[in-house]
Design a protein around this ligand. Structure first.
Ligand code: ATP
Ligand code: MG
Length: 590
């Protein structure tokens, strides 16, 4: 009896079986290798550890790590830890966990803070070149001077400070002599530029805060654009892939790389080589692609953070959350997310992917791989009165109808069964194929049963069905092939294990929870029925699952043994996805 969980069978995207991907970024990479512009590819995934990764990040991860793997290159994981107030080691751990879970590994684990000294030296170089100055304007004044999209900005009155004064002030900023917010180091570019990012952007700010990695060593911290561009250059990144919102930052990115000019700076280069950093002169090229957006979700660290902070979900790894930790707990597999990213593709076109594409990727992955089991989530007792009291036998079921390699398992069968309450109707609707009083139905893999009696309590509620098993219809017998309209699943009451079954659904009821045009926010669109917990029964081979093992519970959907709460003695299963897309009709599968 072998039933591999999806986590164990993660497939490296570099497998020979992986599709040859043809998007415009891979096209550029191919050309750069063919032309000899680069001899190898280096990429990086640069998350800010200020929250948990969400499903959008899966796209960036699959692209950054995937390209490196496909072209025999290297991808670094680089934490953008330039904003110490918002960052946390908890997030660092989770991000590392998420990247590995998705099936990737990094060449080098780096932090922007590894390079704080290099950034600092580069900033002094910019000052000496007349490319940067210390500005004493307050944040508010900087805003006033910046101008608008239609009006040019004005030069800071401190823009023409001499090199020596700038160097002196910057060194005193670094020495911690000035209070937070009183000065910045700014690039000297163009206050009249049509691109706001080039209007003398800040390169450094004063922040007297303790950093998770560098402690109190630095009272000043570099700004993202400066640190990121330089980090790429330091690591010899060839293709710096990011989302479209950074398109307007690209001129600043190039400006930083060009003006700092690591290759033309022997001192800086020497200090890098000493630390084993690649001594490459390749200029990194930033390439933007469109973000992954999926309807019925929110995908921003800020909003996901708020859902947690406001107690609207049970934490970052709540199975309804669109964090990678949440999706994982819900039962999404790494392969399903990679499949999603492949199906969505890479382009510069902004679009919103339908939620059914996400669920479809999971169904397709699990349909092929998840072993089948039987479970009953809304139990109704069915007594087979023509079997002797205490009768029990063992049936053999295949684990997967399309994959013989998954083998078989033993399923106990006995006189008393649990069946699904909604597989019985006293007054059947039109087209009903399941059990009715006096009618017959096939018990999956066991035989054909006729319902003889409906037992009710004093309130009129159905408490039990009593029926007869056709002795000629048992597995392997001639009568087993008798034509019968419906087949239902069951578990043996004497052998089944009681289980907590968490029936999850989408977290939001509207397609655009982010849309605030009607004065509502995503909080107003939460699905009140996104989680229902019921007590059901699962066959012993399901209860025995390891945490995170996925199954198809026949006729119910795909379920996963909860990563944290499941134990064979006290099973807990999460519904990952129903068998079909039932959202539009509101009907349950079956
Ligand atoms: P968010 O804006 O969603 O809160 P972020 O962009 O601030 O997230 P980062 O840690 O800066 O999060 O992101 C790391 C990388 O992931 C960046 O290169 C970013 O472009 C990419 N990324 C973030 N969101 C998406 C998305 N929805 N689709 C594709 N890539 C994304
Ligand atoms: Mg961002």
């Amino acid at each position: 009896m072998s039933s591999p969980g999806p986590a164990e069978s993660a497939v490296q995207p570099s497998d020979a079986s992986a599709p040859v991907r043809q998007d415009f970024i891979r096209q550029i990479v191919r050309e750069d290798l063919a032309s000899g512009k680069h001899t190898s590819v280096r990429t990086r995934f640069p998350p800010e550890p200020n929250g948990y990764l969400h499903i959008g990040h899966a796209k960036a991860i699959c692209l950054d790590f995937g390209i490196a793997a496909e072209f025999g290159g290297r991808c670094n994981l680089r934490f953008d830890d330039t904003n110490p107030e918002k960052e946390d080691l908890e997030f660092v751990r989770a991000i590392e966990d998420d990247v590995r879970w998705l099936g990737f590994d990094w060449a080098e684990l780096r932090h922007a803070s590894d390079y704080f000294d290099v950034y600092y030296a580069a900033a002094e170089k910019l000052i000496r070149q007349g490319d940067a100055f210390v500005c004493d304007l307050t944040a508010e004044q900087v805003r006033e001077y910046r101008g608008t999209l239609t009006e040019p900005g004005r030069d800071s009155p401190f823009r023409d400070r001499g090199v020596e004064e700038n160097l002196d002030l910057f060194r005193r900023m670094r020495a911690g002599e000035f209070a937070d917010g009183t000065r910045t180091l700014r690039a000297k570019i163009d206050m009249a530029s049509g691109n706001m990012n080039l209007r003398d952007p800040a390169l450094y700010r004063i922040k007297q805060v303790t950093h998770q990695n560098t402690g109190d060593a630095w009272p000043i911290y570099p700004m993202y654009d400066f640190a990121h561009a330089l980090g790429d250059a330091i690591e010899g990144i060839t293709h710096s892939l990011c989302t479209l919102e950074f398109e307007d930052h690209r001129p600043l990115y190039d400006w930083v790389v060009d003006r700092v000019d690591l290759a033309g700076n022997p001192d800086l280069l020497a200090s890098l080589t000493e630390r084993g950093l690649p001594n490459v002169a390749a200029k990194p090229r930033q390439i933007e692609f469109s973000r992954l957006n999926i309807n019925y979700t929110v995908m921003s660290k800020r909003k996901l953070t708020q859902l947690v902070a406001e107690g609207l979900v049970d934490g970052w790894d709540d199975p309804r959350m669109y964090t990678l930790q949440g999706l994982r707990r819900r039962g999404y597999t790494p392969a399903s997310l990679r499949l999603l990213v492949d199906r969505v593709g890479i382009s510069k076109q902004n679009s919103v992917i339908d939620f059914s594409v996400l669920e479809g990727a999971l169904r397709d992955d699990l349909d092929a791989r998840a072993p089948r089991r039987m479970a009953v989530v809304d139990p109704l007792k069915l007594v087979l009165t023509n079997l002797p009291e205490g009768h029990a036998e063992t049936l053999v079921f295949s684990n997967h109808p399309k994959d013989e390699a998954q083998g078989t398992r033993e399923v106990p069968f006995s006189r008393q069964l649990w069946i699904e309450r909604d597989d019985f109707a006293e007054v059947p609707p039109k087209g009903w194929k399941r059990l009715v009083p006096g009618g017959e139905v096939r018990l999956r893999g066991a035989g054909i049963v006729r319902c003889d009696e409906v037992v009710k309590d004093e309130s009129g509620a159905i408490v039990e069905l009593r029926g007869t098993l056709d002795p000629e219809s048992r597995p392997g017998m001639e009568g087993a092939n008798r034509k019968i309209k419906g087949t239902i699943h069951w578990v043996s009451a004497a052998h089944a294990v009681e289980a907590e079954v968490r029936l999850f659904d989408r977290l939001f009821v509207v397609a655009k929870p982010d849309d605030e045009s009607t004065g509502k926010t995503y909080r107003d669109h939460l699905n009140p029925d996104s989680r229902r917990s019921v007590t059901g029964y699962v066959e012993p081979a399901a209860a025995a699952a390891a945490p995170e093992q996925a199954f198809q519970f026949e006729r119910l959907g795909y379920f996963v043994a909860d990563r944290y709460d499941h134990a064979p003695s006290r099973p807990v299963f999460n519904r990952s996805v129903t068998l079909r897309d039932t959202w539009a009709t509101g009907k349950d599968a079956g």
